[in-house]
Design a protein. Sequence first.
Length: 365
Amino acid sequence: MKLGLGLYRHMLTPENFAFAKQAGATHVVAHLVDYFRGGGHVGPDDQPTGTDWGWGLAGDPDKLWALDELVALRRDVEAAGLTLEAIENFDPAHWHDILLDGPQRAKHIENVKTIVRRVGEAGIPIIGYNFSIAGVAGRTKGNYARGGAPSVGMEGPDDLPMPNGLAWNMVVDPTAPTRATGTIPPATPAQLWSRLQRFLDEVLPVAEKAGVRLALHPDDPPMPTMRGQPRLVYQPRLYQRVIDLNPSPANALEFCIGSLAEMTEGDIYETVDRYARQNRLGYIHLRNVRDKVPHYKETFIDDGEVDVLRVLAILHRNKFDGVVIPDHAPQMSCAAPWHAGMAFAMGFIKAGIQALGAPDSLRGT
């Protein structure tokens, strides 16, 4: 296993690459979507939570990520002595009608194929994605973690209907918040699964040829519905359905331990073992939580209900050799709260990984 760090778009800087290296990471997962654009967030280093109109404005629908942009990012990461493992999430501006089965679906499928080809040509092996109409919505911020540290959680379901012009919790029609738009009709679960099936069948052959794995994140938060729209992977067993939709080796999982632990069914350790044995894990999001949806809270890595060291041991036993990133982390009381929280999480994970490779005499076994 290898330790990585996920960085938002505004954090893709030499200073943060140096921070990742200093904290023991060898890999980076990069977000190219600007979740904080026009969203009125408290601070750009914090997690996006947003308002009834989502996180903020999606990107330019006519400007796909360019090959030279991707290559430049990979080279900047490599200049810091790191490896660029994945790009996380498609911009809703480029693919929202795939999720909504809207009039631009054909164009958006071609958008995704172009992006996948460029990512592969740039030498980046994974794209993480979340196939969700509502996206990451319904979360709250509070002093939920040890010592009153700020973190993210959920304090009840979010059933507010989605307005037209919103997709994947971002505004895809910039004029929509200024006018009465009506709401998006709810899809059925069967319709959403059918949309995923079509997406995989059309895009996975391109991904295979490009040498890119598409890794699906489970629903976050893992509720059966969010803002009136169905979800796909809100229980651990539903990941198997994703795998079974298409046998392509490019059909992978962005395996989020926190989201899986928040689910109301299943045993987190059996879940990790089940999917690690199938060799479908693209990379791992590792965070700790207390309780289940719709009332969970994120904690420090050593302080939740998940035995993180046991999770790492299961991954090790199944010979997972991919990247683990600390996902979210509570912010700490200092001049650099995000960096301190991430450094604490990375140190804990790195020690756990190193202990798995140590002689038995050093592990106390």
